[in-house]
Design a binder for this molecule. Structure first.
Ligand code: ZN
Length: 314
């Protein structure tokens, strides 16, 4: 049995069920809300998230992977409070997003990997909540600091066996550059999800990533300004037809709270960027485009299980 850490304790990978592989609970600029706590109502936001996730569970989603890192204001205490009140599993991450704190400048990969491994093996920020995935981000392209972070994540991956899940920039095809760094560290690329690949409809780019063994995250449903819903659906359907359902995972990259866009503007400009978009709108659209129920199950249940089932250092 392969067990996966969630905020409320380990869950058998076979019981993760329908899993959204790239989401966020609370996204905040680190430090700002500690300095000006009046900027939000912490308890009200917890309650709001609980409501969203109860609805999501009722819609058939069993697990979300929260890819909120330290530079996105990861708060294990808040997410755990939410997790204790819902039946939905929440898996938290270690690693970094696009803006590693200056602490990481001019450090070597190994001591950084030690920090990631601590989150994975002991728990996050002094709690018993262990990270189940390593998040890494490259945008626009791999520079010196980013390469250090990718190498640190790769080494933590090899030491612990937990999967890597990334943020990429499809305009620079940075998924392939990430794979180059991971490969040079000896990472088994089938233990990597190259995220935000769904922002692209370039089949040649997407199959190049898949052909090297990684999964691709079709994980920004609802963010139409990067790529329209129509094109996102078309691309997933096309890749299914080509026999690649076993290499795709679906998600929204949405959140219950973010501090960079006021909530009314987010709801007005991105009306579909919410947790129920896939179950309500995208799965029916995929079926209309010829995707079978088996393929949907593969992308939403089987692939997440397989990704978390491969465990152990190597
Ligand atoms: Zn994200």
């Amino acid at each position: 049995m392969a067990s996966v850490p969630t905020v409320t304790g380990p869950v058998d990978a076979a019981k993760l069920g329908f899993t959204l592989m790239h989401e966020h609970v609370f996204n905040r600029s680190p430090g700002v809300f500690e300095a000006w706590p009046h900027l939000w109502d912490r308890e009200a936001e917890i309650e709001r998230a609980v409501g969203i996730f109860r609805e999501l569970k009722a819609a058939g989603v069993d697990t979300i992977v929260d890819l909120t890192t330290v530079d996105l204001g990861r708060d294990v205490h808040m997410v755990r409070e939410v997790g204790r009140q819902v039946a939905l599993n929440i898996v938290m991450c270690t690693g970094v997003w696009r803006y590693p704190p200056r602490f990481f400048d001019r450090r070597n990969p190994d001591p950084i990997a030690d920090l990631f491994v601590k989150d994975i093996e002991e728990g996050i920020a002094g709690t018993e909540v262990r990270a189940g995935v390593i998040k890494l981000a490259t945008e626009p392209s791999v520079d010196a600091l980013n390469e250090t972070m990718l190498r640190a994540g790769a080494r933590a991956q090899r030491r612990t066996g937990v999967p890597i899940s990334t943020h990429t920039d499809v305009n620079t095809r940075s998924g392939l550059a990430q794979q180059d760094v991971f490969e040079s560290e000896g990472v088994d690329l089938s233990r990597v999800v190259i995220g935000h690949s769904g922002d692209s409809d370039d089949i040649e780019y997407l199959t190049a990533i898949i052909d090297r063994g990684s999964y691709i995250g079709m994980d920004r449903f609802g963010l139409d300004f990067f790529l329209s819903t129509e094109k996102r659906v078309e691309t997933v359907a096309r890749l299914c037809q080509m026999g690649h359902a076993a290499k795709m995972v679906l998600s929204h990259d949405t959140n219950c709270f973010m501090d960079t866009i006021p909530r009314p503007i987010k709801e007005q400009r991105m009306p579909n960027w919410h947790f129920l978009h896939i179950t309500n709108d995208i799965l029916p659209a995929l079926r209309l485009a010829g995707v079978t129920d088996d393929q949907i199950r593969t992308m939403t249940v089987d692939n997440p299980r397989r990704i978390f089932e491969k465990q152990g250092a190597y």
